[in-house]
Design a protein around this ligand. Structure first.
Ligand code: ADP
Ligand code: ZN
Length: 213
């Protein structure tokens, strides 16, 4: 399947994407993960993205489109892909549309995971992420077996730099201003599936229903 996953930070895009990869071998493409890896590796890309990310601001559309234009041409995309955290602005959505048209590809749909703000805030402040494999935990609902150690890979599980209260509040404002309008954009394209669900299983079921799986 070829999907866009929309939704505020903490809506569960990453968790849903990981669950979907297990269904049909589609790859999860998370621009946030790509950028965090670049920052950790200290590459030129990482240097350009670091300050904006730490503040909870978006990195530039040009930088993101450069990454995605290359990424979407890689071989593993043949089995389908789940775009997690991209596109995030109207210009990115327009550029993606042009890119896909050029590549002769069509997406199945854009899934908007709509979760109440209180749930989002609670999730983001309690979320912990593995710095090695990206696995996501939650200190309340899904803790690691050993504190600070990833169950899956033994890597170190920490609170992200941009998950301080100040950065979270900025990320939600940026989301409302820049990314929320994408729901209308994809609705106009006839591609939108909105799911009001706080459980990832319910989101998966709605997607399967929509795709007739
Ligand atoms: P979230 O939990 O907010 O969905 P992500 O892991 O998707 O977080 O992204 C983390 C940060 O990486 C964002 O706050 C932003 O600085 C940057 N980023 C990720 N994807 C994009 C994008 N498509 N456009 C611009 N910036 C992005
Ligand atoms: Zn891990």
């Amino acid at each position: 399947m070829k999907l866009i996953l929309l939704g505020a930070p903490g809506a569960g895009k990453g968790t849903v994407a990981k669950m979907l990869t297990a269904i049909d071998g589609s790859v999860q493409i998370s621009t946030g993960d790509i950028l965090r890896a670049a920052v950790a590796a200290g590459t030129e890309l990482g240097k350009q993205a670091e300050a904006a990310m730490k503040a909870g601001d978006l990195v530039s559309d040009d930088l993101i489109m450069g990454i995605m234009e290359e990424r979407l041409q890689e071989d593993d995309c043949q089995s389908g892909y789940l775009l997690d955290g991209f596109p995030r602005t109207i210009p990115q959505a327009e550029a993606l549309k042009a890119l896909l048209a050029k590549m002769g590809e069509q997406l199945d749909c854009a899934v908007n995971i709509d979760v109440p703000r209180e749930v989002i805030l609670d999730r983001l402040t309690t979320r912990r992420t593995c710095t090695d494999c990206g696995a996501i935990y939650n200190v309340k609902s899904n803790p690691t077996k050993v504190e600070g150690v990833c169950d899956a890979c033994g890597g170190s599980v920490v609170q992200r730099d941009d998950e301080t209260e100040e950065a979270i509040s900025n990320r939600l404002d940026v989301y409302n201003e820049k990314t929320a309008p994408l729901a209308d954009f994809y609705d106009n394209e006839g591609m939108l599936l909105t799911v009001n669900a706080t459980s990832s299983e319910a989101v998966i079921d709605a997607i399967k229903g929509k795709l007739g799986m």
